[in-house]
Ligand binder design. Structure first.
Ligand code: URA
Length: 275
């Protein structure tokens, strides 16, 4: 590009500009006109109407509209998550939560998909562009592969509940930072408590490391069973390769197949197929 702004009448310049945006992570146009969402968020907003918790443990209403410090975010997340008595309440509290910066750049909250009464819960990393648009986890290419993986052991989304450790899309699909995952963790932990699965599956390193506190890479831990400690139970938890990784490394699908057979065995053993 020689100088100044590219001309919109020059198809080559336009293609260059689009490629430049895509490489910077700007891969979707949300509005016909440019829209400064950061400016929106700086303006006073109407309070969000969330179900009021009851009893002496009820947290104070959350009125914050500016970024919280990480300690304040952790405190606010812990209080909001603990006070949710149902998944609907948890979703509403997460939607009103201002302690994770990813919310500012995402289109919407991506809470969960599948069956909330399922006994098998899958946890991925974070929504991608398709999930961000549709508001549902694992609906893009990785999600289509996940559906095939489920089908290979006789499951579909009616048998499982699916969520992500981070419910907002990181810009450009980057890995969420430890601060972002930590901010959302109390909600994830409460989500697991409320679903109360008999078997948990961590898809990829981010979910495994966040939920199991493991630092090892996914190739070392995949196919191994761990225990996830929720407030009420110790849940057998399998670490598996993430379907997005399998799309990039199809030769590693053989490992996923081995892990799915392990999963199928424990599902039968603990009777987790029936909801
Ligand atoms: N990858 C994830 O980890 N989660 C999704 O929802 C989609 C892709």
């Amino acid at each position: 590009m020689s100088s100044g702004n590219p001309s919109f009448e020059d198809p080559k310049a336009l293609a260059w500009l689009l490629r430049w945006y895509a490489e910077a992570g700007v891969d979707v146009a949300l509005d016909p006109e440019p829209h400064d969402r950061f400016a929106d968020r700086a303006m006073p907003r109407k309070p969000v109407d969330i179900p009021k918790p009851q009893g002496p443990e009820a947290p104070k209403a959350q009125a914050a509209t500016v970024p919280l410090s990480s300690e304040a975010a952790a405190q606010s997340a812990a209080e909001a998550a603990a006070s949710a008595r149902t998944l609907d309440e948890l979703r509403a509290r997460l939607d009103a939560f201002e302690g994770c910066a990813l919310k500012a750049t995402a289109t919407q909250l991506v809470f969960a998909d599948g069956n909330p009464r399922a006994k098998i819960m899958f946890v991925g990393e974070a929504p991608g562009a398709d999930e961000d648009r549709q508001g549902l986890p694992f609906v893009g290419r990785a999600g289509q592969l996940l559906d095939k993986m489920l089908a290979s052991i006789g499951l579909d989304r009616r048998h499982v509940y699916i969520a992500n450790v981070v419910p907002w899309r990181p810009p450009g699909n980057r890995t969420p930072t430890p601060i972002e995952t930590a901010a959302c963790l109390p909600f994830m932990r409460r989500q697991i408590e409320l679903v109360s699965p008999k078997v948990l599956v961590c898809l990829g390193a981010a979910a495994s490391q966040t939920l199991l506190g493991i630092r090892d890479g996914i190739m070392r831990i995949r196919g191994r069973w761990f225990e996830y400690h929720s407030a009420e139970a110790k849940i057998p938890t399998l670490a598996m390769l993430h379907p997005a990784y399998l799309l990039r490394q199809p030769s590693h699908k053989k490992f996923a197949w081995q892990d799915l057979r392990e999963l199928a065995k424990i599902i039968e053993k603990v009777g987790a197929r029936e909801n």
